[in-house]
Design a protein around this ligand. Structure first.
Ligand SMILES: O=C(O)CCC(=O)C(=O)O
Ligand SMILES: [Mn+2]
Length: 219
């Protein structure tokens, strides 16, 4: 007869390995001051993540946005799309976007995240990094419509990319680095956006595409 007790233990171990949140700290283990960042590696299992990547890659209406800088126009170094509840428009890098209505895949991912983050998100910014030259420069998600101390939930599918954080005011502090793997969920909360900037740097390596979704709550 199958031993029920050992089966439960096995399941627990599996859940622990895959869904255990870790607080992001400096390599010494020292806590991050002025913010709170949490990472769940393998929040979505590998096979499911691969499937979600494909569905998002083909199912999202990706756009090439342009930004103005120093009087010149440039292509944003990634493709983007903005989905959410109707009536929640959002300004990002000087671009005001009206959201596309939710699709079933995004709603599924949103519901899974809302099981561990007690917040109902009402919008998501999707980013497609086609290759190593696609990137996102240093910024904070501190737009007015996100309010004070926003909770941002960021899921990644496809290629692993480096995610870096640097303090805005204390230049003595070293940077923090997190590897955003296929199926990972990163949560930024507390005063993180007020004190820290983050980026996805370029890489010269030949790499596969990556999709990132940042779920947000817009007031
Ligand atoms: O691709 C990422 O992991 C970062 C995305 C991001 O910072 C943003 O959309 O504001
Ligand atoms: Mn951001």
């Amino acid at each position: 007869m199958m031993n029920q007790f050992s089966l439960d233990l096995f399941d627990l171990e599996k859940i622990d390995n895959q869904k255990y949140p870790e607080i992001v700290t400096f390599p010494s283990g020292a806590p991050m001051p002025d913010g709170e960042v949490i990472i769940y590696q393998n929040f979505f299992e590998e096979l499911e993540s691969n499937q979600l990547f494909k569905e998002l890659e083909s199912g999202i209406s990706w756009q090439q946005d342009r930004i103005k800088m120093f009087g010149k126009e440039f292509n944003l170094p990634r493709l983007t799309a903005w989905y959410g509840d109707q009536g929640k428009s959002y300004t990002y890098s000087g671009i005001t976007m009206a959201p596309t209505p939710w699709n079933p895949v995004l709603l599924l991912i949103k519901a899974r995240i809302e099981k561990v983050v007690s917040l109902e998100f009402n919008s998501v910014l999707a980013n497609l990094y086609r290759h190593g030259q696609d990137h996102m420069s240093w910024h904070s998600d501190d737009e007015r419509e996100l309010g004070k101390n926003p909770i941002i939930a960021s899921v990644s599918f496809g290629e692993t990319r480096r995610f870096l954080l640097r303090h805005k005011y204390d230049r003595e502090l070293e940077k923090l680095e997190v590897s955003l793997n296929n199926g990972s969920l990163l949560i930024m909360q507390g005063s993180t956006q007020h004190f820290w900037k983050h980026q996805i740097p370029k890489t010269a390596k030949k790499i596969n595409p990556r999709i990132n979704l940042t779920f947000r709550f817009i007031k």
